[in-house]
Design a protein around this ligand. Structure first.
Ligand SMILES: Cc1cc2nc3c(=O)[nH]c(=O)nc-3n(C[C@H](O)[C@H](O)[C@H](O)COP(=O)(O)OP(=O)(O)OC[C@H]3O[C@@H](n4cnc5c(N)ncnc54)[C@H](O)[C@@H]3O)c2cc1C
Length: 472
């Protein structure tokens, strides 16, 4: 694991990180020799911490340790767009195709109820992460985008979710989110806007109150049956939960398991009431549109825009480095995109810029793997939709372990019709194919968007290129 020790641990200049105070930050404990645990969780992001949260409830006597190479919320969980959504990287059509209709419907219901579970826990643990269930609006700003939005609404309806996902006409959409050129939108109540660093650190503090130890810095360099070896020494343990997401490719044998794909964000200064009067987003719905090169935004609890997008380069050999956490070209493009959506921002100052790696498995689908022989469970692969799913996965991993430990344990999640456990996924191609394919797909996505805006017709050629290069 040569690369892991080289990865430095400077936190990015994110709006969320800057909002933490000594009252809300979750500190870690320093390494100590002779660590032993019943369950060792690698990664103090939302997957690791939600798992620790539910495990400490189900197995109150278990000794649980969370290790992190840099501390709580260092990864994507502390830096993301703050959409706690009901989205999964695999949509309903694909779930139906691969697992059947019942699985698809059950999965969507599980995602909906996950949002309520997150709200429940943040209230119970008094975590002030600005969680607001204002829904989400996916705008259509061209005819091809409108077609895609219509198609999405029809798909949800086909699976019985017609009361949850609505098609809005241009006027209705603009009344919620006054974007330039809006021609219609999909609207759903199933999304919360959150401050992700406050959420992650809040869960971290809650698990520490329950007796879980969070040890950092401690970078796991190998995982074997009963032993996690770190840069500082070994932890003896019964079970290991690996929740390393975008950093997984640094682990031995995992280089091609998923790729670290960088997503980038900016934040504005707090905006005046007049500006918000023009723009809308009064209930704080999150927003995006259906362009190929994904964008995502929210109105923050303190009246700013936090806005992000894909398009940063993939780095040869799945490299991860602090210097990749910002990118001037992408920063300028994201700012110009946001100003194009909302011209009222022409004079607004942009105060923060940051980014980070998220994990993309080769089949673009998240999952949980169980290797009971070695006591190792792996959870993740959320692509860019992990804020809520980490909660669901934390509960499922807890059920899986508690079920083996307690004879009368009643699983809390109805797993029978959830498609996440022990999926088989192939590995990414070796370099330079990986580099060429991912960056080629990224360029094709940008070209497809420009062409669609100009011609108002779907870009079948570049759409095909994107599918060919990046999809399963
Ligand atoms: C800029 C950006 C915007 C995003 N926006 C959204 C959004 O709006 N909504 C959404 O749903 N999702 C979003 N995502 C994705 C989402 O943030 C992630 O899916 C989610 O946070 C994953 O949580 P995690 O705990 O699995 O991973 P992480 O939060 O990345 O945590 C992994 C942790 O493991 C630690 N680690 C890794 N390797 C080791 C090791 N060898 N030893 C010890 N520790 C290790 C890391 O330090 C890290 O803290 C976004 C991601 C990014 C980067």
């Amino acid at each position: 694991m040569a690369q892991a020790s080289k990865t430095s641990t400077r936190r990015p200049d994110s709006l969320w990180e800057a909002s933490l105070t000594s009252d809300t930050r979750c500190e870690s404990e320093p390494w100590e020799h002779g660590l032993e645990a019943d369950i060792t969780i690698i990664g103090a992001g939302l997957t690791g911490l939600w798992t620790a949260y539910y495990l400490s409830g189900a197995l109150p006597d278990a000794k649980i340790i969370v290790l992190d190479l840099a501390g709580v919320g260092f990864g994507a969980s502390g830096r993301n767009g703050g959409w706690a959504s009901a989205l999964l990287p695999m949509g309903l059509n694909r779930l139906e195709r691969e697992y059947g209709r019942e699985f698809a419907v059950a999965t969507q219901h599980a995602m909906h109820s996950t949002l309520d579970e997150i709200i429940r826990v943040t209230e119970a643990e008094q975590i002030d992460a600005g969680v607001t269930k204002g829904g989400t609006i996916t705008a259509a700003r061209s005819l091809p985008q409108l077609d895609r939005v219509r198609h999405e609404v029809e798909t949800y309806a086909r699976f019985g979710f017609e009361d949850d996902y609505h098609l809005l006409n241009a006027e209705e959409a603009a009344a919620i989110c006054n974007m330039t050129g809006i021609q219609g939108a999909l609207h759903t109540p199933h999304c919360c806007a959150v401050n992700p660093a406050q959420l992650t650190h809040g869960i971290g503090r809650a698990v520490r109150r329950r007796g879980v130890r969070i040890i950092a810095p401690a970078c796991a360099t190998s995982i074997r049956r009963g032993v996690v070896t770190t840069t500082h020494g070994d932890v003896r343990t019964r079970y290991v939960v690996r929740a390393t997401e975008g950093y997984t490719s640094m682990l031995p044998g995992q280089r091609r398991a998923s790729i670290p794909l960088y997503s980038m964000m900016v934040a504005t200064e707090p905006l005046s009431d007049d500006v918000w009067q023009t723009i809308g987003l009064h209930d704080r719905p999150t927003f995006d549109d259906t362009r190929h090169l994904i964008i995502y935004g929210q109105r923050t609890a303190d009246g700013r825009f936090a806005f992000g997008g894909r398009g940063a380069p993939y780095h040869f050999g799945s490299r991860i480095d602090d210097s990749f956490d910002s990118n001037e070209q992408v920063r300028l493009r994201i700012i110009s995109t946001l100003r194009d959506l909302f011209p009222a921002l022409h004079d607004a100052q942009f105060t923060h810029h940051w980014g980070g790696p998220l994990a993309v498995p080769r089949d673009w689908a998240c999952g949980i793997d169980t290797d009971w022989k070695n006591g190792i469970i792996t959870a993740g692969g959320y692509v860019g939709d992990g804020v809520s799913t980490t909660n669901l996965f934390g509960r499922i991993v807890t059920d899986l372990i508690a079920d083996r430990e307690l004879p009368d344990y009643e699983p809390k999640v109805q797993q029978d019709h959830l498609p996440f456990i022990n999926r088989k996924t192939r590995r990414w191609e070796p370099e330079p194919l990986r580099w060429a394919g991912i960056n080629g797909g990224r360029l094709a996505a940008g070209l497809a968007d420009r062409l669609e805006t100009r011609t108002q017709r779907p870009s079948r050629f570049f759409g095909g290129v994107i599918d060919g290069l990046l999809r399963r």
